[in-house]
Design a protein around this ligand. Structure first.
Ligand SMILES: Cc1cc2nc3c(=O)[nH]c(=O)nc-3n(C[C@H](O)[C@H](O)[C@H](O)COP(=O)(O)OP(=O)(O)OC[C@H]3O[C@@H](n4cnc5c(N)ncnc54)[C@H](O)[C@@H]3O)c2cc1C
Length: 290
C-alpha cells in the first residue's frame, strides 16, 4: 500500500506550522509520529496535498512542573510518558494506561498530541485526558486557547480543533493527596485497541469518597466521563453495593458499537465489570494498599 502523492514541509516553529496549515487552505495535515496518519494515507482514507512535519519543533517537547500540575509537550512520545518518573509519581494511572497503547515500536514514535488529535474512540490517551481533566493548549491564527478535554473530543476521529490549529501542550492539574486509582482494559490481543477500558480516581476524606472520577473508552463514539455515576459515588461509603449501582449507571449511559471483535451487548456487559474492578483498585490504593 502506498500513500497518494503529497508535498512535504518541515515546520521550524509553532508559528511556521500554523502559517503552513493556513496556506494549505484545508488541504494540509500535520504529521507528528505518523503512527495513525500514515496508515490513513496508505489506505487512501485521506489525501492531503501537503504534510507539515512538526517533529522537529523544540517548543513541543518536554514534561515540566507548573506549580499546580504537569505540562506535557504535544510531541512527547508514548514511551516517554511510560518511562517518566514525574508522571509515575504524580499520575501513575497514566503510566499504567500508556503501557496498553499498541506495541513498543509504535510507542517509540507515537505522540501524546497525535493520539489526542487522532481521537480514536477506543484509544487510551484520550480517555486519560478526560479522566485527568486535561487542558489541551492550542495555537492558531487567532492566538492561543485552552480546551478542556471533555469539550475537545466531539466524536469518532473528530475534535474541536480548527483547521489551522495545532496542539502545543497538554496540562494536567495535580490530583488531591491520597488519591487512589484504577485502570482496566480488555482487548483481543496485547497491544490491540481496547474492546472496552475504564479508569477511575478516588480521593477519600474521613473514609468517604470526597472526589471521584470515572472514565471509559471503546464503548461509545468518544471517551466519556460518566458524571451520573460519579454523583452517585461521591459522599458514599466505599461499599460494593454502591460500586454495583455505579456499574449499572455506566452500562445505561454508554452506546457501544457491534463489530467483528465484539457485540454491543458484550461491550456493555464488559464495561460494567471493568468499572467495578477499577473502583475496587482505586479504593484499595486510596486506603494505602498497593
Ligand atoms: C498497529 C497499530 C496499533 C495501534 N494501537 C493503538 C492502541 O492500542 N491504542 C492507542 O491509543 N493507539 C494505538 N495506535 C495509534 C498510536 O497510538 C498513534 O501513535 C497515535 O494515535 C497517533 O500519534 P502520532 O504522533 O503517531 O500522530 P500522527 O499519526 O502523526 O497524527 C495523527 C493525527 O493527529 C494530527 N496531529 C498530530 N499531532 C498534532 C498536533 N500537535 N496538533 C494538531 N494535530 C496533530 C495529525 O494531523 C493526524 O490527523 C496504534 C497504531 C498502530 C499503527
Amino acid at each position: 500500500m502506498k500513500p497518494p502523492p503529497f508535498a512535504y514541509v518541515t515546520a521550524e516553529s509553532i508559528e511556521h506550522a500554523v502559517a503552513e496549515l493556513a496556506r494549505s487552505d484545508g488541504e494540509g495535515k500535520l504529521v507528528a509520529g505518523g503512527q495513525s496518519l500514515m496508515p490513513m494515507l496508505n489506505f487512501r482514507l485521506l489525501e492531503p496535498s501537503v504534510l507539515i512535519d512538526i517533529g522537529k519543533i523544540p517548543d513541543l517537547t518536554g514534561i515540566s512542573e507548573t506549580g499546580d500540575g504537569l505540562s506535557i509537550g504535544a510531541l512527547t512520545r508514548h514511551v516517554d510518558l511510560e518511562t517518566s518518573h514525574l508522571i509515575a509519581q504524580r499520575f501513575p494511572v497514566l503510566t499504567e494506561a500508556v503501557k496498553h497503547v499498541a506495541h513498543i515500536a509504535i510507542r517509540n514514535r507515537g505522540t501524546f498530541g497525535g493520539s489526542l488529535c487522532h481521537a480514536d474512540p477506543a484509544a487510551e490517551l484520550p480517555m486519560m485526558a478526560v479522566l485527568l481533566d486535561a487542558r489541551i493548549c492550542v495555537s492558531g491564527q487567532g492566538g492561543n486557547r485552552q480546551i478542556p478535554a471533555d469539550k475537545f473530543f466531539l466524536g469518532a476521529l473528530t475534535t474541536d480543533l480548527e483547521e489551522e490549529e495545532i496542539v502545543t501542550r497538554i496540562d494536567l492539574p495535580y490530583l488531591p493527596e491520597s488519591t487512589g486509582w484504577g485502570f482496566e482494559e480488555i482487548s483481543r490481543r496485547s497491544g490491540d485497541f481496547a474492546l472496552a477500558a475504564a479508569a477511575a480516581t478516588v480521593s477519600l476524606v474521613d473514609g468517604k469518597i470526597s472526589e471521584v472520577r470515572l472514565a471509559v473508552t471503546g464503548v461509545d463514539d468518544l471517551p466519556l466521563r460518566i458524571r451520573a455515576a460519579e454523583d452517585a459515588l461521591r459522599g458514599s461509603e466505599l461499599d460494593d453495593a454502591v460500586f454495583s449501582s455505579a456499574s449499572q449507571i455506566v452500562r445505561d449511559a454508554v452506546n457501544p458499537n457491534s463489530d467483528v471483535h465484539a457485540s454491543a451487548d458484550y461491550r456493555r456487559h464488559l464495561i460494567g465489570v471493568l468499572v467495578g474492578r477499577v473502583l475496587r483498585s482505586a479504593r484499595s490504593r486510596a486506603r494505602g494498599g498497593a
